[in-house]
Design a protein around this ligand. Structure first.
Ligand code: NAP
Length: 277
């Protein structure tokens, strides 16, 4: 295997975070994983007596993050790789979904991730090395009705990741936005927040989307262990990608979006360039 590294992964109780931790431990990396209960910490640490370190942290506890990162570096060692994985999906039509749900979605998926990055960056910059992986989503590139707050949060994290990669490349720090398609995790099950329906006008456009997502939960195409191996390949690469799609569904949908965007740009090009001068 490639050289052993210390990974800090947020949200290792299930799904991608758990799978990545397990695959990383299996190839000899150390993993510090954040969880949200003492029981989940014990479960996580039982994966490896010597190399799995659990830390209780809600990523929206912004005031605690710097202290946690500092404690980890003192007791476990320098963090080579930060994986901002903790996140969840809000599902609901914009008109029906309170603004408080959007705030919560952005607090976890965007502000939590940025707070983690801001805590590790001074240390990585001093060492002139490091890698940050942000788990975004194909929903950070494409959209569908009824999942606007989630897509908004993942578009934000895609944009922030790309801009940050340009800021920190001179210091030997890589940033990779990992955008998975649909995978068999708890995302569409226990973790999802679903705003109740209230406006019948949206029944036609949204009810089939909600129903299909509920029915597909647990039977999605993607295998989180294979996603974990793909992320480990990116971590081991000399030149990691800034954007990495995972899954053939993500590939097809994002390519479709890019060609539709290109077509629309071309159709309106005359108007676009008419504003110069
Ligand atoms: P998951 O099985 O539900 O895992 C989510 C993890 O995030 C859990 O460990 C959860 O902890 C943790 N978490 C949630 N809110 C948190 C908070 N405020 N503070 C700290 N930890 C928190 O789902 P998953 O699919 O693996 O999700 C991981 C990431 O992948 C998310 O960012 C998600 O948006 C993204 N993603 C998933 C898919 C997919 O199809 N599965 C596709 C694209 C992107 P608890 O156990 O304490 O709730």
């Amino acid at each position: 295997m490639a050289s052993s590294k210390t990974l800090l992964i947020t949200g290792v109780s299930s799904g991608f975070g758990r799978a990545l931790a397990q695959e990383a431990l299996a190839v000899g990396h150390k993993v510090v994983g954040t969880v949200r209960s003492a029981q989940a910490k014990r479960d996580f640490e039982s994966l490896s007596a010597s190399s799995a370190f659990g830390w209780v942290l809600d990523v929206t506890d912004f005031g605690a993050i710097d202290g946690v990162v500092s404690e980890i570096e003192t007791s476990v060692g320098p963090i080579d790789v930060l994986v901002n994985n903790a996140g969840y999906g809000h599902e609901g039509i914009i008109e029906e979904s309170p603004l408080s749900e959007m705030r919560r979605q952005f607090d976890v998926n965007v502000f939590g991730a940025v707070a983690m990055m801001k805590a590790v960056l001074p240390r990585m910059r001093k060492r002139r090395r490091g890698h940050i992986l942000n788990i975004t989503s194909m929903g950070g590139h494409i959209t569908m009705p009824g999942i606007a707050y989630y897509c908004g949060s993942k578009f934000a994290l895609e944009g922030i990741s790309e801009a940050l990669s340009k800021e920190v490349k001179p210091f030997g720090i890589a940033v990779t936005a990992v955008a998975p398609g649909s995978f068999r995790t708890d995302w569409a099950g226990r973790s999802m927040t679903r705003t109740p329906r209230s406006i019948p006008d949206y029944d036609e456009i949204f009810d089939p989307v909600r129903k299909a997502r509920e029915e597909k939960s647990g039977k999605q195409l993607g295998d989180p262990r294979k996603a974990a191996r793909a992320m480990l390949a990116a971590i081991a690469a000399d030149s990691p990608p800034v954007h990495l799609l995972l899954g053939s569904d993500a590939l097809g949908l994002v390519r479709g979006k890019l060609s539709a965007l290109e077509e629309e740009i071309r159709a309106w090009e005359t108007v676009t360039v008419s504003t110069d001068g």
